[in-house]
Design a protein around this ligand. Structure first.
Ligand code: ZN
Length: 236
């Protein structure tokens, strides 16, 4: 299967579903990672251009650490992701580039405006990506992809329906996250502790809920038509 993970910022996918990405890759699926914004305000000292370039390098390294087939860099300005025509078409084209059978993105109920916009854009692009007369650089998909929402940071306001056991790929998740070196101090100032400690706690907590060492949590939105649940490795 082709699985497209779409995050708003260069480190969101690693934080919220890096273990699942590595597990899907390990089981032979083609995984694409798309990043909607370029992270160009994520520094207390560097210019937008400087930090944007660094964050693209870090995201590329992290996608390689997870074994993704490709990184799709959508290059919108950090903190200014909007659901408009131009951006929606970028998301549609990303789904087509990945030939997505499954799209995984942020939960719509989230603390950050870019996460909420990304969730809306990916949710809407899912349907449009399979419509022939909606034209982008690439041909329409043969079938509407399935859609899943990943956990929120710290699991707040997120009631999981599915879990992926990431006990075997948790270390790879940590290594991918550590590729985002420029964010260490920045995230520490935002969250008041290291991001690796936060993901260890969250992954262990989700693991506790299903009886494994580490897990990541997901939702399937209940839209019509009801989709088949075929994201690999989900266990109730
Ligand atoms: Zn984010």
């Amino acid at each position: 299967m082709n699985i497209l993970f779409i995050g708003a910022h260069p480190d969101d996918l690693e934080i919220l579903c890096g273990g699942t990405i590595a597990k899907c890759v390990g089981e032979g699926h083609d995984v694409w990672m798309a990043v909607a914004t370029n992270g160009n305000v994520g520094s207390p000292t560097l210019s937008k251009a400087e930090i944007g370039a660094i964050r693209k390098e870090e995201a590329t390294a992290a996608s390689k650490a997870l074994g993704a087939k490709g990184l799709i860099w959508l290059d919108e300005d950090d903190e200014f992701l909007f659901d408009d025509l131009r951006t929606r078409m970028k998301f549609v084209d990303a789904a087509r580039q990945a030939q997505a059978d499954i799209i995984v993105t942020h939960n719509p109920n989230d603390y950050h405006t870019d996460h909420i916009a990304c969730s809306k854009l990916a949710t809407d692009a899912r349907i449009l990506s399979a419509v022939r007369l909606i034209e982008t650089d690439r041909a329409h998909l043969p079938k509407t992809p399935e859609l899943f929402y990943m956990d929120s940071v710290a699991g707040i306001q997120f009631l999981p329906q599915f879990y992926v056991d990431i006990s075997g790929t948790f270390q790879t998740k940590v290594e991918a996250l550590l590729c985002h070196k420029s964010q260490d101090q920045w995230l520490r100032s935002i969250f008041n502790q290291s991001i690796t400690e936060i993901i260890r706690i969250q992954s262990a907590f989700r693991g506790l809920q299903v009886g494994v060492s580490f897990a990541e949590a997901f939702l399937a939105p209940t839209y019509w038509p009801k989709q088949a649940i075929s994201l690999p490795f989900l266990s109730p």
